[in-house]
Design a protein around this ligand. Structure first.
Ligand SMILES: [Zn+2]
Length: 119
């Protein structure tokens, strides 16, 4: 009688790091962002149709991760590339469910925590 054999699961081809980054499967995503010259918020677009404004409303960015469309009223914002600890899906879901927790990094909230500092 043949020994019962557990068939091993089919070998999974591990995604390359490049694939994972592209697909946003690892929570470490490079996004294009802008920093508002007025309120210093750093904002980035979470999805293709997400237009994300800073707190003071002077600058906005949309286009998701495919391209960055920047809108500003007065002073041109600083363009940045930042690594965020989220997956593309988390960003998309945050936008899609209107939870709106991830698109803006409010520098002034950190500043408040870290005490008032003179410029
Ligand atoms: Zn602003």
């Amino acid at each position: 009688m043949p020994k019962p054999k557990l068939s091993p699961p089919p070998p999974e081809k591990p995604p390359t790091k490049k694939d994972a980054l592209r697909l946003g499967e690892i929570g470490r995503l490079e996004v294009g962002a802008i920093q508002c010259p007025t309120c210093l918020d750093i904002v980035f677009s979470r999805a293709h149709h997400d237009m994300c404004f800073c707190t003071c409303g002077s600058v906005a960015i949309d286009g998701g991760r495919e391209y960055s469309q920047i809108t500003f009223h007065a002073e041109k914002p600083l363009s940045l590339k930042i690594i965020v600890p989220f997956t593309a899906k988390e960003l998309y879901d945050d936008w899609n469910t209107q939870r709106n927790e991830l698109g803006v990094i409010r520098i002034q909230e950190f500043a408040r925590i870290k005490q008032k500092k003179h410029h």
